[in-house]
Design a protein around this ligand. Structure first.
Ligand code: NDP
Length: 254
Protein backbone atom coordinates (compact mmCIF):
# COMPACT_ATOMS: atom_id res chain seq x y z
CA UNK A 1 0.00 0.00 0.00
CA UNK A 2 1.08 3.58 -0.49
CA UNK A 3 0.91 6.54 1.88
CA UNK A 4 -2.24 8.57 1.05
CA UNK A 5 -0.53 11.83 2.08
CA UNK A 6 2.08 11.47 -0.72
CA UNK A 7 1.51 12.02 -4.46
CA UNK A 8 0.37 8.83 -6.20
CA UNK A 9 3.19 6.74 -7.65
CA UNK A 10 3.25 6.54 -11.45
CA UNK A 11 4.38 3.15 -12.70
CA UNK A 12 5.03 1.87 -16.22
CA UNK A 13 4.32 -1.82 -16.88
CA UNK A 14 5.32 -3.26 -20.25
CA UNK A 15 3.19 -6.08 -21.67
CA UNK A 16 0.21 -5.54 -19.38
CA UNK A 17 -2.63 -6.56 -21.72
CA UNK A 18 -2.75 -10.07 -20.25
CA UNK A 19 -0.95 -12.66 -18.16
CA UNK A 20 1.44 -11.56 -15.43
CA UNK A 21 1.57 -7.93 -16.61
CA UNK A 22 -2.21 -7.58 -16.40
CA UNK A 23 -2.21 -9.01 -12.88
CA UNK A 24 0.56 -6.59 -11.88
CA UNK A 25 -1.46 -3.66 -13.29
CA UNK A 26 -4.59 -4.62 -11.38
CA UNK A 27 -2.68 -5.14 -8.15
CA UNK A 28 -0.81 -1.83 -8.43
CA UNK A 29 -4.03 0.03 -9.26
CA UNK A 30 -5.56 -1.41 -6.09
CA UNK A 31 -2.45 -0.30 -4.19
CA UNK A 32 -2.87 3.32 -5.35
CA UNK A 33 -0.59 3.63 -8.39
CA UNK A 34 -1.37 5.52 -11.57
CA UNK A 35 -0.27 3.42 -14.52
CA UNK A 36 1.17 3.40 -18.01
CA UNK A 37 0.51 0.01 -19.57
CA UNK A 38 1.83 -1.18 -22.90
CA UNK A 39 0.75 -3.93 -25.26
CA UNK A 40 1.76 -5.14 -28.73
CA UNK A 41 -1.39 -6.38 -30.57
CA UNK A 42 -4.25 -7.00 -28.21
CA UNK A 43 -5.86 -3.58 -27.85
CA UNK A 44 -9.18 -4.89 -26.56
CA UNK A 45 -7.44 -6.85 -23.81
CA UNK A 46 -5.33 -3.82 -22.85
CA UNK A 47 -8.43 -1.62 -22.73
CA UNK A 48 -10.19 -4.16 -20.51
CA UNK A 49 -7.24 -4.19 -18.08
CA UNK A 50 -7.21 -0.37 -18.11
CA UNK A 51 -10.94 -0.27 -17.30
CA UNK A 52 -10.47 -2.59 -14.32
CA UNK A 53 -7.60 -0.42 -13.08
CA UNK A 54 -9.66 2.74 -13.55
CA UNK A 55 -12.43 1.13 -11.51
CA UNK A 56 -9.88 0.88 -8.67
CA UNK A 57 -9.25 4.63 -8.88
CA UNK A 58 -6.11 4.65 -11.07
CA UNK A 59 -5.46 6.98 -13.94
CA UNK A 60 -4.23 4.81 -16.82
CA UNK A 61 -2.43 5.58 -20.09
CA UNK A 62 -2.49 2.71 -22.60
CA UNK A 63 0.30 2.62 -25.21
CA UNK A 64 0.64 0.34 -28.23
CA UNK A 65 4.35 -0.41 -28.55
CA UNK A 66 6.07 -3.26 -30.36
CA UNK A 67 9.16 -3.76 -28.20
CA UNK A 68 10.94 -5.51 -31.06
CA UNK A 69 11.14 -1.98 -32.51
CA UNK A 70 13.79 -0.23 -30.43
CA UNK A 71 12.80 3.23 -31.67
CA UNK A 72 9.29 2.55 -30.43
CA UNK A 73 10.68 1.37 -27.08
CA UNK A 74 12.43 4.72 -26.73
CA UNK A 75 9.05 6.52 -26.74
CA UNK A 76 7.65 4.78 -23.64
CA UNK A 77 9.17 6.88 -20.85
CA UNK A 78 8.74 10.24 -22.65
CA UNK A 79 5.07 9.40 -23.31
CA UNK A 80 4.59 8.55 -19.64
CA UNK A 81 6.26 11.78 -18.51
CA UNK A 82 4.16 13.79 -20.99
CA UNK A 83 0.97 12.26 -19.59
CA UNK A 84 1.69 12.30 -15.86
CA UNK A 85 4.61 14.71 -15.39
CA UNK A 86 6.58 12.07 -13.52
CA UNK A 87 7.43 8.39 -13.39
CA UNK A 88 8.33 6.67 -10.12
CA UNK A 89 8.21 2.99 -11.08
CA UNK A 90 8.96 0.70 -14.01
CA UNK A 91 8.18 -2.99 -14.44
CA UNK A 92 10.03 -4.57 -17.36
CA UNK A 93 7.54 -7.40 -17.82
CA UNK A 94 6.92 -7.98 -21.55
CA UNK A 95 8.77 -10.99 -22.82
CA UNK A 96 8.69 -13.82 -25.33
CA UNK A 97 10.26 -17.27 -25.15
CA UNK A 98 10.55 -18.29 -28.78
CA UNK A 99 9.36 -21.76 -29.80
CA UNK A 100 10.21 -24.67 -27.54
CA UNK A 101 12.77 -26.92 -29.19
CA UNK A 102 16.38 -28.06 -29.43
CA UNK A 103 19.03 -25.33 -29.22
CA UNK A 104 20.63 -26.30 -32.53
CA UNK A 105 17.34 -25.70 -34.37
CA UNK A 106 16.63 -22.15 -33.13
CA UNK A 107 16.54 -19.73 -36.08
CA UNK A 108 18.91 -16.82 -35.48
CA UNK A 109 16.11 -14.36 -36.33
CA UNK A 110 14.04 -15.81 -33.50
CA UNK A 111 16.91 -15.52 -31.01
CA UNK A 112 17.43 -11.93 -32.17
CA UNK A 113 13.75 -11.12 -31.53
CA UNK A 114 14.00 -12.66 -28.06
CA UNK A 115 16.98 -10.42 -27.30
CA UNK A 116 15.34 -7.28 -28.69
CA UNK A 117 12.17 -7.74 -26.67
CA UNK A 118 13.64 -9.26 -23.48
CA UNK A 119 16.97 -7.40 -23.24
CA UNK A 120 17.47 -4.40 -25.54
CA UNK A 121 14.05 -2.82 -25.00
CA UNK A 122 14.36 -3.14 -21.22
CA UNK A 123 17.85 -1.60 -21.51
CA UNK A 124 16.47 1.38 -23.45
CA UNK A 125 13.42 1.88 -21.23
CA UNK A 126 15.43 1.41 -18.04
CA UNK A 127 18.03 3.99 -19.09
CA UNK A 128 15.31 6.52 -19.89
CA UNK A 129 13.59 5.81 -16.57
CA UNK A 130 16.81 6.20 -14.60
CA UNK A 131 17.64 9.47 -16.37
CA UNK A 132 14.25 10.73 -15.21
CA UNK A 133 14.41 9.28 -11.67
CA UNK A 134 18.03 9.82 -10.61
CA UNK A 135 18.42 12.40 -7.85
CA UNK A 136 21.65 13.74 -9.38
CA UNK A 137 19.64 14.64 -12.51
CA UNK A 138 16.82 16.43 -10.70
CA UNK A 139 14.65 13.36 -10.17
CA UNK A 140 13.08 12.08 -6.97
CA UNK A 141 14.30 8.47 -7.20
CA UNK A 142 12.31 5.42 -8.14
CA UNK A 143 11.98 1.67 -8.23
CA UNK A 144 12.49 -0.72 -11.15
CA UNK A 145 11.48 -4.37 -11.25
CA UNK A 146 12.70 -6.75 -13.94
CA UNK A 147 10.58 -9.85 -14.57
CA UNK A 148 13.12 -12.58 -15.18
CA UNK A 149 12.65 -16.35 -15.01
CA UNK A 150 13.98 -19.40 -13.27
CA UNK A 151 15.27 -20.26 -16.76
CA UNK A 152 18.11 -17.75 -16.24
CA UNK A 153 19.67 -20.20 -13.83
CA UNK A 154 18.45 -23.56 -15.20
CA UNK A 155 19.49 -22.63 -18.76
CA UNK A 156 16.29 -24.26 -20.09
CA UNK A 157 18.04 -27.12 -21.97
CA UNK A 158 15.99 -28.74 -24.77
CA UNK A 159 13.43 -25.99 -24.29
CA UNK A 160 14.57 -22.41 -24.97
CA UNK A 161 18.22 -21.67 -24.25
CA UNK A 162 18.18 -18.23 -26.00
CA UNK A 163 15.31 -17.21 -23.71
CA UNK A 164 17.32 -18.38 -20.68
CA UNK A 165 20.29 -16.37 -21.96
CA UNK A 166 18.12 -13.28 -22.31
CA UNK A 167 16.82 -13.59 -18.76
CA UNK A 168 20.36 -14.05 -17.42
CA UNK A 169 21.19 -10.76 -19.16
CA UNK A 170 18.21 -9.13 -17.47
CA UNK A 171 19.46 -10.42 -14.10
CA UNK A 172 22.80 -8.72 -14.83
CA UNK A 173 20.91 -5.49 -15.52
CA UNK A 174 19.42 -5.68 -12.03
CA UNK A 175 22.76 -6.43 -10.41
CA UNK A 176 24.69 -3.72 -12.23
CA UNK A 177 22.06 -0.99 -12.19
CA UNK A 178 21.21 -1.52 -8.52
CA UNK A 179 24.87 -0.87 -7.66
CA UNK A 180 25.43 2.00 -10.12
CA UNK A 181 22.22 3.88 -9.25
CA UNK A 182 21.74 3.03 -5.57
CA UNK A 183 23.56 6.27 -4.66
CA UNK A 184 21.05 8.34 -6.69
CA UNK A 185 17.84 6.94 -5.27
CA UNK A 186 16.95 4.23 -7.77
CA UNK A 187 16.27 0.71 -6.51
CA UNK A 188 16.43 -2.14 -9.04
CA UNK A 189 15.20 -5.66 -8.29
CA UNK A 190 14.20 -8.88 -10.02
CA UNK A 191 11.20 -11.14 -9.67
CA UNK A 192 11.82 -14.61 -11.10
CA UNK A 193 8.58 -16.50 -11.65
CA UNK A 194 8.44 -20.23 -12.07
CA UNK A 195 5.97 -21.74 -14.50
CA UNK A 196 2.87 -19.57 -14.35
CA UNK A 197 -0.48 -20.15 -16.01
CA UNK A 198 -0.52 -17.68 -18.93
CA UNK A 199 -0.72 -17.79 -22.73
CA UNK A 200 3.06 -17.57 -23.09
CA UNK A 201 3.18 -21.37 -23.19
CA UNK A 202 0.76 -21.60 -26.12
CA UNK A 203 2.90 -19.08 -28.00
CA UNK A 204 5.92 -21.32 -27.30
CA UNK A 205 4.03 -24.25 -28.83
CA UNK A 206 3.23 -26.01 -25.54
CA UNK A 207 -0.13 -24.76 -24.19
CA UNK A 208 -0.32 -27.48 -21.52
CA UNK A 209 3.20 -26.82 -20.17
CA UNK A 210 1.98 -25.48 -16.78
CA UNK A 211 0.11 -28.69 -15.94
CA UNK A 212 2.77 -30.92 -17.54
CA UNK A 213 5.44 -29.34 -15.33
CA UNK A 214 3.39 -29.50 -12.10
CA UNK A 215 4.85 -32.84 -10.91
CA UNK A 216 8.35 -31.28 -10.95
CA UNK A 217 7.29 -28.31 -8.82
CA UNK A 218 7.53 -28.84 -5.03
CA UNK A 219 4.08 -27.27 -4.56
CA UNK A 220 2.80 -29.55 -7.39
CA UNK A 221 1.07 -26.76 -9.30
CA UNK A 222 1.92 -23.84 -11.57
CA UNK A 223 1.71 -20.29 -10.28
CA UNK A 224 -1.14 -17.93 -11.01
CA UNK A 225 -0.39 -14.41 -12.32
CA UNK A 226 -1.66 -12.67 -9.17
CA UNK A 227 0.87 -14.65 -7.12
CA UNK A 228 3.68 -13.03 -9.11
CA UNK A 229 2.06 -9.59 -8.84
CA UNK A 230 2.29 -9.62 -5.05
CA UNK A 231 6.08 -9.79 -5.12
CA UNK A 232 6.25 -6.93 -7.64
CA UNK A 233 3.91 -4.80 -5.53
CA UNK A 234 6.13 -5.39 -2.50
CA UNK A 235 9.29 -4.32 -4.36
CA UNK A 236 7.58 -1.12 -5.56
CA UNK A 237 6.27 -0.30 -2.10
CA UNK A 238 7.82 1.57 0.82
CA UNK A 239 8.10 -1.79 2.61
CA UNK A 240 11.01 -2.48 0.23
CA UNK A 241 12.71 0.88 0.84
CA UNK A 242 16.03 -0.85 1.68
CA UNK A 243 15.72 -3.67 -0.86
CA UNK A 244 17.81 -3.36 -4.02
CA UNK A 245 19.66 -5.89 -6.16
CA UNK A 246 17.38 -8.65 -4.86
CA UNK A 247 15.95 -11.55 -6.86
CA UNK A 248 12.69 -12.88 -5.45
CA UNK A 249 11.92 -16.34 -6.82
CA UNK A 250 8.20 -17.01 -6.94
CA UNK A 251 8.33 -20.57 -8.14
CA UNK A 252 6.46 -22.90 -5.81
CA UNK A 253 9.64 -24.10 -4.12
CA UNK A 254 11.84 -24.50 -7.20
P1 NDP B 1 2.09 -13.50 -21.97
O1 NDP B 1 2.53 -14.12 -23.25
O2 NDP B 1 0.88 -14.05 -21.27
O3 NDP B 1 1.88 -11.93 -22.16
C1 NDP B 1 2.90 -11.23 -22.81
C2 NDP B 1 2.63 -9.73 -22.73
O4 NDP B 1 3.72 -9.08 -23.36
C3 NDP B 1 1.39 -9.30 -23.46
O5 NDP B 1 0.88 -8.14 -22.85
C4 NDP B 1 1.92 -8.98 -24.85
O6 NDP B 1 1.12 -8.03 -25.58
C5 NDP B 1 3.26 -8.39 -24.51
N1 NDP B 1 4.22 -8.54 -25.59
C6 NDP B 1 4.64 -9.69 -26.17
N2 NDP B 1 5.50 -9.42 -27.17
C7 NDP B 1 5.60 -8.08 -27.23
C8 NDP B 1 6.30 -7.19 -28.07
N3 NDP B 1 7.04 -7.60 -29.12
N4 NDP B 1 6.18 -5.87 -27.85
C9 NDP B 1 5.41 -5.43 -26.84
N5 NDP B 1 4.70 -6.21 -26.02
C10 NDP B 1 4.80 -7.52 -26.21
O7 NDP B 1 3.36 -13.57 -21.00
P2 NDP B 1 3.48 -13.85 -19.42
O8 NDP B 1 2.51 -13.01 -18.70
O9 NDP B 1 3.51 -15.30 -19.19
O10 NDP B 1 4.98 -13.34 -19.17
C11 NDP B 1 5.29 -12.08 -18.61
C12 NDP B 1 6.77 -12.10 -18.22
O11 NDP B 1 6.98 -13.14 -17.26
C13 NDP B 1 7.71 -12.40 -19.38
O12 NDP B 1 8.86 -11.60 -19.27
C14 NDP B 1 8.06 -13.86 -19.17
O13 NDP B 1 9.31 -14.18 -19.72
C15 NDP B 1 8.05 -13.95 -17.66
N6 NDP B 1 7.87 -15.30 -17.15
C16 NDP B 1 6.73 -16.00 -17.39
C17 NDP B 1 6.58 -17.28 -16.92
C18 NDP B 1 5.36 -18.11 -17.18
O14 NDP B 1 5.40 -19.34 -16.91
N7 NDP B 1 4.27 -17.54 -17.66
C19 NDP B 1 7.65 -17.94 -16.12
C20 NDP B 1 8.81 -17.11 -15.92
C21 NDP B 1 8.90 -15.84 -16.42
P3 NDP B 1 -0.14 -8.52 -26.53
O15 NDP B 1 -1.19 -9.04 -25.57
O16 NDP B 1 -0.59 -7.29 -27.22
O17 NDP B 1 0.38 -9.59 -27.42
Amino acid sequence: MTDASLPRPVTIITGASRGIGAAIAERLAADGHDLVITYRDRAADADAVARRCTDSGARVLVLQVDLADLDAAATVVPSAVDAFGRVTGLVNNAGITGRIGPFLDVPLEEAEAVFRINVLSPLIITRAAIEHMATDRGGVGGSIVNISSGAAKSGAPNTYIPYAMSKAALNALTTGASKEFGPVGVRVNTVSPGTTRTEIHAAAGRPDAPDERAPGIPMRRPGEPHEIAGAVAYLLSDDASYTSGADIRVAGGN
